[in-house]
Write a protein that binds this ligand. Structure first.
Ligand code: NAD
Ligand code: MG
Length: 402
């Protein structure tokens, strides 16, 4: 094969998606070259990755982390140049030397670099769903206006993308699609007694039954806020209204999502729960390439089950549904910002598990009808919500079990 190498920037390289991406890249060294790797403050891990992949640039959060990374790389004689800060993230995401960007930072912090990649007409492999939840209208506008190519990494959206016609252009009716069906594992508390929810600890909540992921998305999966964020993500990716999307609990995580067509056909994408599958799909397009994932052994499956989610068990999913129905960009930003603060506070044992939904609800009531007309006002709102959410956390702080 005499292909041009794809030059990659990997934002959030030290995270779960970042590591899986580099694993796929390492399996196909002839196809990819790494231009930049970024991390927040995980200097040791990033130094190891730089030694292995020798990118031209590495980006970290601040000067202290940059200094320590530089020292590590110098000692190992690695020629990678170290940069820091939000502008540097945007620079490596939009450099003319880069073909494609893996957007795998967690949280709203991923929005501006993803936006920079869109404005520079890059191929964007989008894992960072918060980009679309916080700034979906503006991000999609930038993608269309600048001719960027947007490919979904999130397993559900990747499954839907694979099950839609190849030339799908954002019109469900024209494609003969009745609805999109997002599957959800239901997380670790699918069968927990409702009265026990208040006592759930971070250690219990990060233990996802099927997927190994970063802490934030693991908590989001336990509250099912993750599925709510994913509905909003799908709304933007596929131009699908709330009325044309369904959520089904499917604890085995084998069917990654489905497309229901108007003729009664349902197309699904299946596989083992391994993020290297959607990553390899996007990186390999238009070809299929190996991902390293184990093949799905149908004979070993004990059964595939599907059920409707229960909003009493998962109030965060209900809050997200309401936001999606309202189709208001401000509410979507508020939902995300309050949730980020709530999840961090829960992980730090400052609030309880059930406080996550309570805090998000309070934030939506307070800020949900704010007016936003441009991305700058969205970012201002994001900051305001975080500030009032922190006050909420202080006011609700209590002693929690280990
Ligand atoms: P993670 O916590 O494992 O990794 C996050 C990465 O982002 C790390 O490299 C970290 O250093 C970096 N980072 C964190 N905060 C940052 C900041 N403020 N500025 C710059 N960089 C920062 O997270 P993950 O599980 O890999 O998830 C990444 C994104 O992909 C999330 O948006 C998540 O919802 C989405 N996603 C993840 C999975 C999965 O299987 N892990 C699946 C679908 C979607
Ligand atoms: Mg997902």
């Amino acid at each position: 094969m005499n292909q041009k190498q794809t030059v990659l920037t990997i934002l959030g390289a030290t995270g779960s998606i970042g590591e899986n991406t580099l694993d796929v890249v390492a399996q196909h060294p002839e196809r990819f070259r790494v231009y930049a790797l970024t991390a927040h403050r995980q200097v040791d891990k990033l130094a190891e990755l730089c030694e292995r992949f020798v990118p031209a640039y590495a980006v970290v959060a601040d000067e202290t982390a940059a200094r320590s990374l530089r020292a590590r790389l110098q000692a190992a004689s690695v020629a990678t140049e170290v940069l820091f800060g939000a502008e540097a993230l945007c620079a490596v995401a939009s450099s003319t030397e880069v073909d494609a960007v893996m957007a795998a930072i967690v949280g709203a912090a991923g929005l501006l670099p993803a936006m920079a990649a869109a404005k520079a007409a890059k191929t964007i492999y989008l894992a960072n769903k918060e980009t679309l939840v916080v700034g979906g209208a503006w991000f999609m506008e930038a993608v269309h206006q600048h001719g960027a190519r947007l490919l979904p990494i999130d397993s559900e959206h990747n499954a839907i993308f694979q099950s839609l016609p190849r030339n799908y252009a954002g019109d469900l009716d024209a494609a003969g699609v009745a609805s999109l069906i997002l599957t959800a594992s239901g997380g670790p508390f699918l069968h927990t007694e409702l009265r026990d929810f208040a006592g759930i600890t971070p250690t219990q909540a990060v233990k996802h039954p099927n997927w190994r992921m970063g802490h934030k998305i693991s908590i989001d999966s336990a509250t099912m806020m993750n599925k709510g964020l994913e509905l909003i993500e799908a709304r933007w990716l596929f131009n699908a209204p709330a009325t044309r999307m369904e959520v089904l609990i499917h604890p085995q995580s084998v069917v990654h999502s489905m497309v229901r067509y108007q003729d009664g056909s349902v197309l699904a994408q299946m596989g083992t729960p391994d993020m290297r599958i959607p990553i390899a799909y996007c990186l390999g397009l238009p070809e299929r390439m190996t991902s390293g994932a184990a093949p799905l052994d149908f004979a070993a499956l004990s059964g595939l089950t599907f059920a409707k989610p229960d909003f009493r068990r998962f109030p965060c999913l209900k809050l997200a549904y309401d936001v999606l129905m309202a189709d208001a960009p401000a509410a979507s930003c508020v939902l995300n910002a309050a949730n980020e603060v709530a999840v961090a506070a829960f992980l730090a044992k400052r609030i309880g598990f059930t406080d996550i939904a309570a805090l998000v609800d309070a934030a939506l009531q307070r800020h949900g009808s704010a007016q936003v007309d441009q991305i700058e006002s969205v970012l201002d709102l994001d900051e305001q919500v975080r500030a009032t959410a922190q006050v909420w956390v202080r006011n609700h702080h209590r002693i929690l079990p280990d």
